[in-house]
Design a protein around this ligand. Structure first.
Ligand SMILES: [Cu+2]
Length: 315
């Protein structure tokens, strides 16, 4: 497996890019369980998600459920499609025959796959929840469920029965989260999870590309393999429903974070285009300082990060 060219890796590892990806996922995952004061912090900084992705806990079972019908599933598909599109633009400019574009897995690698082996389970000190979830994701049972999801989401008859938003929401909290956990590997130390946004600059090194953390997952080449697979389901859904042309998003546009002036995911574009002294670098610095103050205020308000890549369908 080839890693991306260095300019792409460096842009993904940029602190602004990391903060953006973490804040985007955290805001919509956590929204339903935040207090009004906590929501105010996100809102003040322009990070109020238009749609939450998970419900508040059921009063009886205590379980949260996937928001299948509010459109957050479209946000998930759209935001990651934008990320892929931005990387594709840069890859086209770099013109490296090894990396013409983001290429997702055509099918999800089996347990016997030698190119994308499943790393062995491991213990995250002080985090039994994530340790157990990762352990489960690596089992044969989990793989059977992954294959069942895969055949569902590639089957035209099934895709005709699904709205785009249900497709996105079902993928996100099922097969997608499970793939993040399944291919995550042991590393020397882990950014504290569910702590109060522990984003010490030690976690900004490009070697920190752990797949089970939204602060780092996109730095990992496997992120683009699994998100390429997810992204292709949009095309399958279009084909199954005999749709051509632009994707019929229900929102103009779906949510990919605070609105930019020209581009919908400005931080990512800027991170990919920034060079010392250019205007992109300047603009990126201003986004970064805005996000630093967002994180600072979230910490002050005692907001915690959501559970990492929670798989919400029983497996
Ligand atoms: Cu993401």
């Amino acid at each position: 497996m080839n890693a991306f060219p260095k300019p792409v890796i460096d842009a993904m590892a940029d602190r602004a890019m990391r903060l953006h990806h973490m804040l985007w996922h955290s805001a919509r995952d956590s929204w339903a369980i935040l207090t009004p004061e906590e929501r105010e912090v996100y809102r003040d900084h322009g990070w109020e998600p238009p749609r939450q992705s998970l419900s508040a806990p059921d009063p009886v079972t205590g379980r949260r459920s996937i928001e299948f019908d509010n459109g957050s599933g479209e946000d998930f598909l759209f935001m990651h499609r934008e990320m892929i599109g931005s990387v594709d633009e840069i890859l086209a400019e770099l013109d490296d025959p090894q990396h013409p574009r983001v290429e997702g897995w055509p099918t999800i690698p089996s347990p016997e796959d030698t190119e994308y082996p499943v790393p062995p389970p491991f213990v995250i000190p002080g985090d039994s929840g994530t340790t157990n979830a990762i352990g489960n994701a690596k089992t044969a049972t989990a793989f059977d469920r992954i294959r069942a999801w895969e055949s569902q989401f590639t089957n035209p008859a099934e895709l005709r029965r699904l709205t785009l938003r249900r497709l996105g929401a079902g993928i996100e909290y099922g097969i997608h989260n499970q793939m993040h956990l399944r291919w995550s590997a042991e590393i020397p130390s882990y950014r504290p999870g569910q702590a109060d946004f522990a984003v010490d600059p030690q976690w900004d090194d490009s070697s920190y590309n752990w797949l089970a953390d939204t602060y780092s997952a996109h730095v990992n080449p496997i992120f683009w393999k699994l998100h390429g697979w997810v992204d292709a389901r949009i095309d399958d859904w279009m084909a199954a429903n005999e749709l051509t042309g632009p994707v019929p998003w229900s929102f103009d546009p779906p949510w990919s974070g605070p609105a930019g002036h020209h581009h919908r995911h400005p931080v990512m574009r800027l991170a990919l285009r920034a060079q010392p002294g250019n205007t992109e670098a300047e603009a990126l610095r201003s986004h970064l300082s805005a996000m630093e103050s967002t994180v600072e205020d979230l910490k002050q308000a005692g907001v915690s990060e959501p559970v990492r890549f929670a798989v919400l369908e029983d497996i």
